[in-house]
Design a protein around this ligand. Structure first.
Ligand code: NAP
Length: 328
């Protein structure tokens, strides 16, 4: 049985990656911290491995003991109170893990979970879409940290690397999109900016399936953007959520100038509480962007990727999960 290590297994995407790896009958090791929650890692087949991503010696020892066939490095920070923290966790720790993985003669693939943010948004591309041929133009510290990680990983000789850059991922267990569901559940649909955003999205179950297909494939040294291949108006996304919640909504258009003021206030709150918020001044260029389109043609070509969920079905399943688990 092939052995796979999945880091960030305790989080939203990581826990679904673990479930997908179990479905593929792999021997699954969940890479966690001593403080990580195991609430979504209850399957008895899961083996746990405590990793200190900041400690190269510990990583070298643990990884050489285990001889993994596959490593999916999914642990990362999507928000933080400082750029240096993002760079340390998302870039430096990724390199530490990759170097330790290389000490392992069995390694067939090192799959890195980057983000569309590493390339910025389509607003900054002449072609109106971000693709593997685009010049990367990250517009947030988070995006810059993921791009730094990608560059450093590509420098590690002989690393059998695959890079994934998903757009916004939603689904059960996710707590940022939850804010939109919550607001619509109260009858308020928010539109950020006076013109509509064109969103790209991916449902977590479709994402983890294609990541696992790719990780187990012969493809190596390639990078892929991931969405469901479509573009949606923000208002359509809101309508589908309202429909799944059986709610009538009132739309409030929040001018970008007001969003900037709110971001300044949430930054102050984050400094006081020490808790990072997804709405921050650093994320403003992304929030202000109107076009999140990305090109997934190489994903379709290499893995015959066809999302199994329509947006409507994915939202319905997410709503049901939020309700059943008391999140809504
Ligand atoms: N969500 C999205 O829309 C999105 C889009 C594109 C890319 N991504 C990428 O997908 C990956 C997973 O994101 P997610 O949405 O699932 O986030 P999440 O729910 O916050 O999970 C993050 C995971 O990373 C772990 N982690 C964070 N800091 C760590 C550290 N210093 N050392 C070890 N582990 C650490 C967390 O462990 P603990 O539980 O111990 O904190 C957790 O398991 C990230 O790399 C993210 O950048 C996410």
């Amino acid at each position: 049985m092939d052995k796979i290590l999945i880091t960030g297994a305790s989080g939203f995407v990581g826990s679904f990656l673990v479930e997908e790896a179990l479905k593929r009958e792999l021997e699954v090791y969940a890479g966690v911290r001593s403080t990580s929650s195991k609430r979504w890692l209850k399957d008895e087949r899961i083996k746990f491995l405590e990793l200190s991503l900041n400690n190269q010696n510990q990583l070298n020892t643990v990884l050489s003991d285990h001889n993994f066939d596959y490593v999916i490095h999914n642990a990362g920070l999507t928000k933080a109170n400082s750029q240096s923290e993002l760079f340390r966790v998302n870039a430096d720790y990724s390199c530490n893990l990759a170097k330790a993985s290389m000490a392992n003669s069995n390694l067939k693939k090192f799959t890195f979970m980057s983000s569309l943010a590493a390339y910025g948004t389509a607003d900054y591309q002449k072609e109106g879409v971000v693709s593997v041929n685009s010049a990367p133009k990250p517009i947030t510290s988070y995006g810059k940290s993921k791009l730094r990680a990608e560059k450093q990983l590509k420098f590690i000789p002989n690393l059998p690397l695959l890079i994934f850059r998903p757009t916004g991922i939603f689904g059960p267990r996710e707590s940022d999109f939850l804010n939109i569901f919550n607001s619509i559940n109260k009858g308020i649909a928010l539109q950020v900016g006076l013109t509509e955003q064109n969103l790209s999205l991916v449902y977590v179950k479709d994402l983890v399936r294609v990541i696992m297909d790719a990780t187990l494939s012969q493809h190596v040294n390639k990078d892929y953007f991931v969405s469901d291949g479509k573009i949606y108006k923000g208002s359509y996304f809101n309508q589908l959520i309202a429909h799944s919640l059986n709610k009538k909504t009132f739309t409030i258009k929040v001018p970008l100038s007001l969003v900037s003021v709110i971001a300044t206030l949430t930054d102050i709150k984050s400094k006081i509480t020490g808790k990072a918020n997804i709405l921050s001044r650093d994320k403003l260029p992304e929030i202000k962007s109107r076009n999140m389109d990305c090109d997934i043609s190489n994903l379709v070509q290499d893995f015959n990727y066809i999302p199994q969920y329509t947006l409507e079905e994915a939202i319905k399943e997410t709503t049901t999960w939020y309700k059943d688990n008391g999140w809504l």
